[in-house]
Design a protein around this ligand. Structure first.
Ligand code: ADP
Ligand code: ADP
Ligand code: MG
Length: 674
């Protein structure tokens, strides 16, 4: 076995690999970019070496620099994680040439599966079922258009070199084809450096079911059952679970054997995933093979009691697979939720910023491997800590929340509970959305298909509900207690009327107004001070006695009238973040003493939603445009964002051109209503 490995990645997966290495007594070397100098993966490894600037192409994608670090630090092998260099055959070869073990499949297997089109040609020969489509080399636009017409709409265009849900376009009809092809090719070249595409039938209500395979260098190849990853947004996984609900044993075996056949067809070694797209009737087709450890590998670990990273290390060191097919069995049910820094309400737009507060559910450390391991109920794989930033340079995933239950129902309940304990302040996250998703009827009853989120849009994106009085009272109590502490830090009683700084204490009948607001509504609340508590009312409601019964850091227990409420309240400038009853309310306090008349309108400017690059300018100065018409396309965080006209109007000025870098919030063009 190796005594030292280099981890050529960042974030949660680098930390995940390091944890197993440490358990096995293997030393770890981290590499990091300038943006990651204080990152968690640097802290958890034994050594860390700076390899370049923030942009991945100057750091995490620089195979030669990484190999040089491995040589210099005496690492014997390189674990590439997922993303970055994990599916790069040239890098695997360069490792071998440098006398280093690449912890992954042989370069030839990566090449064979690296192009979705070439892989499909190969699978066709191995009699693995494929979705009807064109996956040949001809790339002429008219030819592809003809193929799409022949396949019949809707058609899905895919970047052959694509991944991570990027480089895909659904084409509803022949008239849309040309624009979709251009946009798909543009994203393909910018994300993957290769604009080759394939076209296939876009299946209706399919499920994404994938098989974890594992092969060693001695000719053994097995499958570790399936994962259902049907719950997706923008063709990217949101929830993953194992086993797949409703999977009959015979189909499980058939899919497992098809996956093993696919792996064997390319001489596979190590961990790999064969992805299938399945119809509701159970018929399934090969989609692609991911020649690496998958983001969602933990759910397989939880139900099989294995440590797949340990298996990777053993196989890479030439050992046989730790288990044979007949020794594997499914134990219980596991679900993973990807916690992303993103804004579901705004089309899942990534959010960047600092994790000013990060509160996680109690996770019991999950000890993988070993004999007779009981899976932990809650596992968190994370690469960030409180105070860390989610930058625009890398994937905006904050953490993976994984739960295990004796059955799906228990796993679901634990997931809902864990999500309600997750607290994030500083950037937008998908936590509330995930909670609605796992509690919603469709997921709870396993009515799964890749369109689940869109199909249930109305229940997943309910109209904003008014903030409950209990949450407003928590914010008010935190505000008042904070003032009392500021005035008299030693005061034993935070509600002590003599310890606050404002002048109302002498006049009991005078109620002080505390004006809060969130994105949707304004909430005027009123407090009057009493000897040991307050009188509190929200809006026109009758005043009730509010008292602070206990406080521990940001955790408050209050009593409002007859009901006791508790929650976490974190103050961030004038915004009170209230976490209570599984909800996160962001209440801005309109402090009458502060910034009087500071607000200024944005005027008619359309601004960049995040830092990025302008990839297309579709409107000209002076042009009249209709509401919804695309004006500028930006690329940020490996995705395209279209900036569209908010209403009918005229483009007054265009402030950037193609190729320009723009800062977050920068005005892109001046626009005037018609
Ligand atoms: P999985 O099927 O395991 O979810 P994905 O295809 O979604 O895998 O990608 C895994 C990870 O790799 C994601 O975090 C994604 O952002 C990242 N990724 C995928 N393709 C690329 C790429 N070309 N460059 C950098 N990162 C990528
Ligand atoms: P990536 O490399 O980005 O993971 P995949 O080929 O694995 O790309 O496809 C990603 C997702 O796109 C699938 O999980 C599925 O939701 C959807 N998808 C792919 N092919 C089809 C298809 N032919 N019909 C319907 N949906 C599809
Ligand atoms: Mg895929």
């Amino acid at each position: 076995m190796f005594t030292k490995i280099l981890i050529a990645n960042r974030g949660e997966i680098a930390c995940r690999v390091a944890a197993t290495a440490r358990r096995m007594g293997i030393k770890t070397v981290a590499v990091y970019s300038e943006a990651d100098a204080n990152a968690r993966h640097v802290a958890v490894c034994d050594e860390a070496v700076l390899i370049g600037p923030a942009a991945a192409k100057d750091s995490y994608l620089c195979g030669d620099k990484i190999i040089a670090v491995a040589k210099a630090t005496g690492a014997q092998a390189i674990h590439p994680g997922y993303g970055f260099l994990s599916e790069n055959a040239e890098f695997a070869e360069a490792c071998a040439e440098a006398g280093l073990v690449f912890i992954g499949p042989p370069a030839s297997a990566m090449r064979a599966m690296g192009s979705k089109s070439a892989a499909k040609q190969l699978m066709e020969k191995a009699n693995v079922p494929l979705v009807p489509g064109y996956h040949g080399d001809q790339q002429d636009a008219d030819f592809l258009h003809g193929e799409a017409d022949r396949i019949g709409y809707p058609v899905l265009l895919k970047a052959s070199a694509g991944g991570g849900g990027k480089g895909m376009r659904v084409v509803e009809n022949s008239a849309q084809f040309k624009d979709a092809l251009a946009s798909c090719k543009r994203e393909a070249i910018s994300s993957f450096g290769d604009d080759k595409v394939l076209a296939e039938k876009y299946l209706q209500r399919p499920r994404h079911i994938e098989i974890q395979v594992f092969a060693d260098t001695l000719g053994n190849c097995i499958y570790l059952f399936e994962r259902d990853c049907s719950v997706q947004r923008r063709h990217q996984k949101v929830l993953e679970e194992a086993p797949a609900p409703g999977m009959p044993a015979e189909r499980r075996a058939a899919m497992g054997e098809a996956a093993v056949a696919a792996a064997r067809a390319v001489g596979y070694v190590g961990a790999g995933t064969v992805e299938f797209i399945a119809n509701q009737d159970g018929s399934f087709y090969f989609m692609e093979m991911n020649t690496r450890l998958q983001v969602e590998h933990p759910v397989t670990e939880m139900i099989t009691g294995t440590d797949l990273v340990e298996w990777q290390l053993r196989v890479a060191a030439g050992e046989p697979l730790p288990k044979q097919q007949h020794e594997l069995a499914i134990n219980g049910h596991a679900i993973e939720a990807r916690i992303y820094a993103e804004n579901p309400e705004k089309g899942f737009l990534p959010s960047i910023g600092t994790l000013r507060h990060l509160g996680t559910p109690d996770a019991v450390a999950f000890e993988l491997g070993g004999a007779g391991v009981t899976p932990a109920a809650v596992r968190i794989d994370s690469g960030v800590r409180e105070g860390d930033a989610i930058s625009p340079f890398y994937d905006p995933m904050i953490a993976k929340l994984i739960v295990w239950g004796a059955d799906r129902k228990q796993a679901l309940a634990r997931m809902a509970q864990a999500l309600s304990q997750y607290q994030i302040v500083g950037l937008a996250s998908n936590i509330a959305f995930l909670k609605r998703l796992v509690e919603g009827q469709a997921f709870a009853t396993a009515d799964l298909d890749t369109g689940l989120i869109e199909r249930n849009h109305d229940t997943l994106f309910p109209p904003a509900q008014p903030v409950p009085a209990g949450a407003l009272a928590l914010a008010a109590a935190a505000l008042l207690a904070g003032e009392a502490r500021a005035a008299a830090p030693a005061s034993a009683n935070p509600a002590d009327p003599w310890s606050h700084t404002t002048g109302w204490r002498l006049n009991q009948s005078y109620a002080r107004k505390l004006a809060f607001s969130d994105e949707h509504a304004a909430y005027d609340t009123y407090v009057s001070y009493r000897a040991n508590d307050w009188l509190f009312s929200a809006g026109a409601a009758a005043p009730q006695i509010l008292s602070l019964t206990a406080r521990d850091g940001g955790d408050y227990r209050i009593k409002l009238g007859d009901s006791a409420t508790h929650g976490t309240v974190l103050r961030d400038d004038d915004v009170f973040h209230v976490f209570a009853n599984g909800a996160h309310h962001q209440l801005a306090w309109n402090d009458p003493m502060a910034h009087a008349g500071e607000t200024e309108s944005e005027g008619g400017r359309l601004t960049a939603p995040m830092p990025g690059k302008v990839v297309a300018v579709l409107a000209a100065k002076g042009q009249e445009v209709k509401k919804g018409e695309a004006l500028v396309i930006m690329e940020a965080m490996k995705m395209e964002h279209t900036i569209a006209a908010p209403y009918d109007g005229v483009v007054d000025d265009i402030l950037y051109s193609v190729g320009d870098q723009v800062a977050d919030g920068a005005p892109l063009l001046a626009f005037k209503a018609a």
